[in-house]
Design a protein around this ligand. Structure first.
Ligand SMILES: *Cc1c(COP(=O)(O)O)cnc(C)c1O
Length: 384
């Protein structure tokens, strides 16, 4: 079946007790045992399993083309489960521009706990190979990267991981299962912050790990999910199921708008650089064309300095002046967002200070361009 059909029908059976066409929201924390003490429906207690969460996990699994899925209370809880499934003494390889929340978590929680790690430029396969050690158990990919939209060759890195006897996991939040077939490319685990595109409406927090095989490593992830209980509430599962139904069509709109916006920004005299893998000039364009079906709804761009202001001043002024683009963090919702990334990431960030990251929403592209045009043509007023 095609992905549009899977998104609508996976995990959605007509409710046998009522005939409800859409899945019910099950809030019960506990489930009745039979006279003989067994659980006739397979559900025991909400932390271990819940019918709404089960429907979500079935849908996620079908959507990503995996064998099994675990849903988590946040993207970070999903990411954490993968690192927790490692053991002290293990070594992980991660991109040097990994999502800053992941780097902070590994640095502050897993390094003291005994995990060694190396950060490399994942677009350089020789650097990935050179970082492999006998103890390497995990190679973590994130593509397109945040916020420079660097593209990692998933198939090539998965091959390096497997040759080293390591697991390859990919944070595929940005491409979603619609634009990138992460598991088919060779990754063992696809990890998502479902808070973003899968939810799609900026009103829920969630994460997921989907596995190519139900192996010992995934079993550990499941144990972490059920034992720790960092699971999404039934209502968040239900909202997420609702969001996923329209994901394939939303992604088309995000991609079409982002491509047009990238071209508009590229020709703008106040913009020095646009980072969008759909542009032929982008260093990852060829790989993106091969491993993605479209180029996504995220882009970033850098503002030039002028006689009076630095690029940073111009960038911050622009982010404060747009009307349709809300100045806020996060991404993947129907609404457009703009963000000065360096100030979110703090003093140790490597993100250029004249860079703005945009989550391109589903408004009409002409209105989005008009909003940026107006904001960029106004004189910059400095508050300090
Ligand atoms: C947002 C995000 C996360 C974290 O997800 P939360 O749901 O906020 O915990 C991880 N990776 C990427 C790429 C993200 O964009």
């Amino acid at each position: 079946m095609n992905i549009e059909t899977i998104a609508i029908h996976a995990g959605a059976q007509i409710d046998p007790t009522t005939g409800a066409v859409m899945p019910p929201l099950h809030l019960s924390t506990t489930f009745q045992r039979s006279a003989d003490g067994t659980y006739p429906h397979g559900y025991t207690y909400i932390r271990s399993e819940n019918p709404t969460r089960q429907a979500l996990e079935n849908t996620l699994c079908a959507l990503e083309g995996g064998k099994c899925a675990s849903a988590f209370a946040s993207g970070m809880a999903a990411i954490m489960s993968v690192f927790q499934a490692l053991r002290p003494g293990d070594h992980a390889i991660m991109p040097d521009d990994i999502y800053f929340g992941t780097r902070k978590m590994v640095d502050e929680l897993f390094a003291p706990w005994g995990l060694a790690y190396t950060q490399v430029d994942m677009t350089n396969l020789d650097a990935v190979r050179a970082a492999v050690r006998p103890a390497t158990k995990l190679i973590w990919i994130e593509t397109p990267s945040n916020p420079l939209l660097k593209i990692t060759d998933v198939a090539a890195v998965a091959e390096i991981a497997h040759a080293a006897g390591a697991i390859c996991a990919c944070d595929a939040t940005w491409p979603t299962p619609i634009l990138q077939r992460t598991l088919e490319l060779g990754a063992d685990l696809a990890v998502h912050a479902t808070t973003k595109y899968l939810g799609g409406h900026s009103d829920l927090l969630g994460g997921a790990v989907i596995a190519r095989e139900h192996d010992e490593f995934f079993h550990r992830i499941q144990t972490i999910q059920k034992a720790g209980g960092a699971v999404p509430s039934p209502f968040d599962c239900w909202l997420l199921l609702r969001g996923i139904r329209t994901l394939p069509y939303r992604m088309r709109g995000h991609c079409a708008n982002a491509m047009k916006l990238a071209r508009y920004l590229q020709q703008h005299p106040k913009v020095c650089q646009v980072h969008y893998p759909g542009l032929e000039e982008h260093p990852g364009h060829e790989i993106a064309k091969r491993q993605m079906s479209d180029f996504g709804g995220m882009l970033s761009f850098q503002l030039c300095p002028d006689e009076l202001h630095t690029g940073k001043q111009n960038a911050q002024a622009l982010a404060g002046r747009t009307k349709l683009f809300t100045q806020a963090t996060s991404l993947g919702g129907v609404e457009s967002l703009i963000e000065h990334r360096a100030t979110v990431e703090g003093p140790n960030t490597k993100t250029p200070d004249n860079l703005l990251r945009v989550s391109v929403g589903l408004e009409h592209i002409d209105d989005l361009i008009a909003d940026l045009e107006e904001a960029m043509s106004a004189p910059v007023q400095l508050t300090t």
